[in-house]
Design a protein around this ligand. Sequence first.
Ligand code: NI
Length: 250
Amino acid sequence: MPLKINFKKVPKALKIVTGILAIILAAAFIVRQIPVNEIELSYSTRDISSKAIALTFDDGPGKYTPRLLDILNEHEAKATFFVTGKNTEKYPQYVKRAFDEGHLIGNHTYNHIDFYKSTFDEVKNSITMGEEAIEKAIGEKPIFLRAPYGNATTIQLKLLDRAFVQWSVSSLDWLIEDSDFVYERILSTAKDGAIILLHDTRKTTIDAVERAIPELQEQGYELVRVDELLTRNGDTIKSGKLYKSCKADF
Ligand code: NI
């Protein structure tokens, strides 16, 4: 006997759930249709066969950034700085120094805007203004973008058309200002391919990193820029994508 559904008898709640599901599926389908573009990196990246970690520093530059750059130099370690446009305008010489010393400069928007609480135009403007501030300081636009708080929806990722970098490990240095805690946290979560979130706006973080870098190197980790980590397997960088580590198994 063929199955006949009398829609009048379908409970209202079921109709609502089905309707919501249909909307979600349609939205997911539309998002998938937005093309993902390959980004040509304007610099060469190295093949890394040893264990590698990317230390990333957000929200700066700040007054502690020169000391961090000294520490990185001393240990021949490379890092990535996701700077805000506002602080780049305040300390352009620190951003230029980091760039000249071989570190990667990424955009963290102009004013640390929360994508979840802002209109699309506000987010877009803040990203563009951040890129312009960086370009003024170092002479080139950044390729990578980190959304403040890691807040970005799938549709925003696609429509903003940038290469987004998140993290596989948060040092929690923004929450617990204790250098022993941050040091322990870095060492206990260190893993090949990790991208570690830190902030060079905090003295406790710089103190922790000063102790952690030689220890990590002692354990055989190479400290590299995010672009080197993400392309170590021969992958190309794509816009509209969110990168959290160099492997998918984090
Ligand atoms: Ni931030």
